[in-house]
Ligand binder design. Sequence first.
Ligand SMILES: NC(=O)c1ccc[n+]([C@@H]2O[C@H](COP(=O)([O-])OP(=O)(O)OC[C@H]3O[C@@H](n4cnc5c(N)ncnc54)[C@H](OP(=O)(O)O)[C@@H]3O)[C@@H](O)[C@H]2O)c1
Length: 200
Amino acid sequence: MNILVIGATGTIGKEIYHSLKKQYKEVYAAHRKSTSFPVDITDSQSIKNLFEKLPKLDIVINAAGTATWKHFSDLTEEDYYIGIKSKLMGQVNLVRIAQDYLNNNGAITLTTGILAEHYESKATALSLVNGAIHSFVQSASNELKNNIRLNVVAPGAIAGDFPENQKFAGYYPVDIQKVIEVYKKTIETNSTGQILKIYE
Ligand SMILES: NC(=O)c1ccc[n+]([C@@H]2O[C@H](COP(=O)([O-])OP(=O)(O)OC[C@H]3O[C@@H](n4cnc5c(N)ncnc54)[C@H](OP(=O)(O)O)[C@@H]3O)[C@@H](O)[C@H]2O)c1
């Protein structure tokens, strides 16, 4: 099984990568500053270049993408476009392009977060793109070619990245290992069109 993890040096992505690497032989780690598999998800040509370089894949997991943290009253139009270009259209373009490079019955897993449906100060631009990705996954998953599955993992704040004893968006941070198990579930089951929320 050939697996690609994008954002493989981040808080979430590096744990996904190292966990999958223990279990599967061919796991590729991509991110902007990678010397082996550089990719910038905000640039469609860069996504295509990455897929051209790799063997045909079975699984693509994306844990990359950003948006602007600011109070609503401080957010400019340009600030919104940062998240739209990165976390939203970066992931949409990844799915759009990946469907031509994946094996039949492959799977793509995206990442959003708790802010899609719970309030946190300065997070409006994040909430906007997370919510849009949820709608996108529910629709696009019905129309992907070659039986390719599409899901999205929506974690709460990750413990360690955020103080464990402090609520974020109304919920305590979650253990990264729990989060990794959910990403793995999107590989190992036949689920598609699912929004897998991890906060309690
Ligand atoms: N951390 C949390 O508590 C948390 C909770 C819920 C949801 N999330 C979401 O999960 C995702 C990952 O978060 P994180 O905290 O793990 O991020 P992070 O620690 O900042 O890491 C981001 C990773 O993605 C890569 N990257 C960044 N921009 C990229 C781009 N345009 N193209 C390709 N790779 C890119 C980075 O490497 P390079 O700099 O080399 O590209 C790095 O490997 C984000 O969408 C975040 O909103 C995070």
